[in-house]
Design a protein around this ligand. Structure first.
Ligand SMILES: Nc1ncnc2c1ncn2[C@@H]1O[C@H](COP(=O)(O)OP(=O)(O)O)[C@@H](O)[C@H]1O
Ligand SMILES: [Mg+2]
Length: 235
């Protein structure tokens, strides 16, 4: 792997965009403080689509949260574009979260008071982008997910599939290199679920966004180029 020091993290020309090395994780708040991930190592290439599958409680969300820098492993390290994220301070981790990673959740997590456009624009406002520019960028993403005509709708006025499209647009608004989705179709009927997966795969193909999807649906997992199986915290 090519390691380049200093800026331009997104432009480093290595193929292993995500690399996990000997990850062990225990929740401090867990009843027994036992590890939920044991010595997990794998890497995902730039532009790949990858499913993470396994039974409930096997550690899939924990794994995704570690890749997404929402949590830090008890031991081992997560490298993004060749950079060991455990060696950086919380500020650069926050910047990486905002600029490199987009997250999509099962429950959409949209703000109910904001319309679709402003929900999508929000991550850019956190970055200090002006409201006009943020709304312009948000509109571009709503076009990508096929919801431009619904930009003024609030979440309550949209179907589950439409809400998830808005959430995907929000995850993409910062043009992240990595899109992480935790059971993104868990609250959707099977027809809508297929449409959402098609959308994620189209974005992966057309824009090269590396896609990691946690799912227990084998028909979804089979659509990805790669499948990582988690069982009892082991890969
Ligand atoms: N915040 C937390 N605090 C304590 N234990 C947790 C926490 N989150 C998850 N766990 C435990 O870690 C294990 C793995 O959970 P999780 O990663 O959510 O699995 P999955 O997504 O595969 O269902 C489970 O035993 C779960 O109870
Ligand atoms: Mg989970």
């Amino acid at each position: 792997m090519l390691l380049k020091k200093g800026g331009g993290m997104l432009r480093i020309n290595d193929t292993e965009l995500i690399c996990l090395k000997n990850i062990t994780h225990a929740y401090a708040t867990g009843a027994s403080n036992q590890a939920v991930l044991h010595d997990v190592s794998f890497s995902i290439s730039r532009g790949q689509s990858c499913a993470i599958v396994g039974p409930s409680g096997s550690g899939k969300s924990t794994l995704l949260n570690l890749i997404g820098l929402l949590d830090e492993p008890t031991s081992g390290c997560v490298l993004l574009a060749g950079k060991d994220m455990s060696l950086t301070n919380e500020e650069s981790r926050a910047i990486a979260r905002n600029r490199i990673i987009g997250f999509v959740f099962q429950s959409f997590n949209l703000l109910p008071r904001l319309n679709a456009l402003d929900n999508v624009a929000l991550p850019l406002l956190y970055r200090g982008v002006s409201q006009q520019q943020a709304r312009q960028a948000a509109m571009k993403q709503l076009v990508r997910v096929g919801l431009a005509s619904h930009h003024h709708h609030r979440p309550a006025d949209m179907s589950g599939g439409q809400r998830q499209r808005v959430a995907i647009a929000r995850a993409l608004v910062g043009e992240p290199a990595i899109l992480l989705a935790d059971e993104p179709t868990g609250n959707l009927d099977s027809q809508t679920a297929q449409e959402i997966i098609e959308l994620l795969l189209t974005l992966n193909r057309e824009y090269g966004t590396t896609l990691v999807v946690v799912t227990h649906d084998t028909s979804i997992a089979n659509r990805m180029v790669r499948c990582i199986k988690v069982c009892d915290g082991r890969v």
